[in-house]
Design a binder for this molecule. Structure first.
Ligand code: SF4
Ligand code: SF4
Length: 393
């Protein structure tokens, strides 16, 4: 039988936030801005308890003992892509996602985790990747091993999705960095960043993998860590210091920031991809609202000759999620599918020939949606495009 009598609520740490809520509904209803709803979970679930205001109300009821954690709350807490649209638009600046994270932790200690997510994170313990693939194959996409495990001031953190299921992305990212004059390394013993454990509310397991990665990078003298996956980067920048209780011993940088800097310094220029190409850019939730990186990808696109950026109505801090966040596909595939299709149609309606983004999960999601819809709109990671048109000085 499930134990629902755990002694202490992690929610207590964010209790104040739940009392600050005005119940204004700005976190899920933006019709006053002339925008549509930005919460994929509420759009999918239809009940208020799937949106920010409802979840915060649930948290308050749990704190006041009017409600207890049980199975009925599992989708209310976990069917959320953690896209941060609610936190971004909260009238009281409540970090709503922190409230959800605490609820996930409380649910996890009570054994209340969605079944497929539980299987995925259990296998992650042994394989160090979310796909259950052999750890020793993590770098099998990399032919030239000369940089592997070499002491260097910069390291490239590859992440699980490019390492195992989108290896062409790993090759593209590596190739772009290799063409620059960066002295960088990659780890042969890189483990998953730990984000899936946090999504499942399992902080202790996350701490173990975080310590492993930080120590391995420190051993190589790394001072700066470059990412393409925004989820990995946010885990390092925000979650590792919080979970391990100490500052990160190196800087973190997204690859679009590094590329934008090369462009600004005049070290990187671009040839024409296809004359007159119209592109649209999808802000990955974690790169945009999670890390505040909106300008670097746009600066790169602006530097590409013969290319015109046509923004979607919902972009920047108002971007709509692709549907792939926080591993919801494992248990709530229809949420992922419905959200992905809605966002893909929004991209197609711009008239663009190319949908660019900068996140392995978003690229994978949109490539799957494109295939399902048989759409002529091409999908590409921005760095893969950079690789095709780069002219290094
Ligand atoms: S994080 Fe995104 S999906 Fe989750 S409640 Fe907030 S707006 Fe909805
Ligand atoms: S926007 Fe913030 S204050 Fe308003 S209902 Fe949502 S969580 Fe509460």
């Amino acid at each position: 039988m499930t134990d629902t009598k755990a002694p202490e609520l992690q929610l207590q740490a964010v209790a104040q936030s739940t009392y600050e809520c005005l119940r204004c509904a700005f976190c899920y209803d933006l019709s006053w801005l002339g925008s549509t709803n930005l919460c994929p979970s509420y759009t999918w679930g239809s009940f208020e308890s799937y949106g920010g205001r409802g979840r915060v109300a649930l948290a308050r009821a749990l704190l006041e003992g009017e409600l207890e954690y049980d199975e009925s709350l599992i989708p209310r807490i976990f069917a959320c892509t953690e896209c941060r649209a609610c936190a971004e638009h909260c009238f009281k600046y409540i970090d709503t996602v922190k409230v959800y994270d605490r609820m996930r932790q409380d649910m996890a200690v009570r054994g209340l985790i969605p079944p497929e997510l539980k299987i995925a994170v259990d296998q992650l313990v042994a394989s160090h990747n979310l796909y259950g693939k052999p750890h020793e194959k993590r770098l099998s996409w990399l032919k030239d091993r000369s940089r592997v495990d070499q002491p260097a001031p910069v390291a490239f953190f590859v992440g699980c999705t490019p390492s195992y299921v989108r290896r062409s992305l790993a090759e593209d990212f590596y190739s772009v960095l290799d063409s620059s004059d960066l002295d960088f390394t990659v780890l042969s013993d890189e483990w998953c960043c730990g984000h899936p454990f946090l999504a499942a509310g399992q902080t202790e397991r996350a701490a173990e993998v975080m310590s492993h990665n930080v120590e391995a990078l420190q051993d190589l003298g790394v001072e700066q860590l470059i990412f393409e996956c925004p989820g990995c980067m946010r885990t390092f920048r925000e979650d590792i210091p919080a979970v391990l209780g100490e500052p990160l011993p190196f800087e973190v940088l997204h690859i679009t920031e590094a590329i934008a800097e090369f462009v600004e310094e005049g070290r990187l220029q671009f040839s024409i991809y296809q004359p007159g190409t119209v592109v649209t850019y999808h802000d990955p939730c974690t790169l945009g609202r999670g890390l505040g990186i909106y300008d670097a990808p746009r600066a790169i696109i602006a530097a590409m000759p013969g290319m015109r950026l046509q923004e979607m109505p919902r972009h920047g801090r108002d971007a709509y999620c692709c549907g792939a966040g926080s591993f919801v596909r494992y248990d709530y595939a229809s949420l992922t599918d419905q959200t992905g299709v809605e966002r893909f149609w929004e991209a197609a309606a711009t008239g663009a020939q190319l949908l660019l983004t900068s996140c392995p999960a978003c690229v994978t999601q949109f490539q799957n949606v494109r295939a399902a819809l048989d759409s002529p709109l091409q999908v590409m990671d921005l760095i893969s495009l950079v690789k095709q048109v780069a002219r290094w000085k």
